[in-house]
Design a protein around this ligand. Structure first.
Ligand SMILES: [Cu+2]
Length: 185
């Protein structure tokens, strides 16, 4: 009798725990159980690494067949600066090196965004005017927005030559920002 009672109790407890899950699955019908929709817009607020004064705001917008990477970077030396998506959204080191290397899920060599094969994170260079401001307007083909979330955008002190391995000889990192899901307008 004691055994039967505890069995009934166990069944009742199981039913209690199962019920909310059923409701949750119904609520998210069409997206798979508990799975939210994929993000369509992301944002990276770029902050200076130690000893630098470079800041920026970059948006990543999912388009048909590419990701539109757009925004502005301020406080740069005039000229070209390497601009990449790096593997980690890890800003623990003040020089930005904890962001790791270029985001490169396909194991390709480094190159320019126009090359047939390149790192998915190879966005090339951005160009600052005499005012130190670079306008960013890049169509990144072969990039999936949802795979960039949680990684980072890095701006370098120097120009990416688009050929030196593994990172275009672009020099130290002057600004870094983690890519996060943007709040919808
Ligand atoms: Cu880089």
């Amino acid at each position: 009798m004691v055994k039967l009672n505890s069995l009934i109790l166990a069944l009742a407890a199981a039913a209690l725990f199962a019920a909310p899950q059923t409701i949750r699955a119904d609520h998210h019908e069409g997206h798979g159980e508990g799975a939210p929709p994929l993000p369509t817009e992301a944002v990276a607020v770029l902050a200076p690494t130690e000893g630098n004064n470079v800041k920026g705001l970059i948006m990543l917008t999912k388009k048909d067949g590419y990701v539109h990477v757009w925004g502005e970077v301020h406080g740069l030396t005039p000229g070209e600066h390497g601009f990449h998506i790096h593997e980690f959204g890890d800003l623990r080191k003040p020089d930005g090196t904890s962001a790791g290397g270029h985001f490169n899920p396909d194991g390709h060599d480094h190159g320019g965004p126009g090359d047939e094969k390149h790192h998915a994170g190879d966005l090339g260079n951005i160009t600052a005017g005499d005012d130190g401001v670079a306008k960013v307007d890049i169509k990144a083909k072969g990039l999936h927005l949802h795979f960039t979330v949680g990684r980072s955008i890095v701006v370098h002190a120097g120009k990416d030559d688009l050929k030196s391995q593994p990172s275009g000889d672009a020099g130290p990192r002057v600004a870094v920002g983690v890519i996060g899901i943007a709040q919808s307008k």
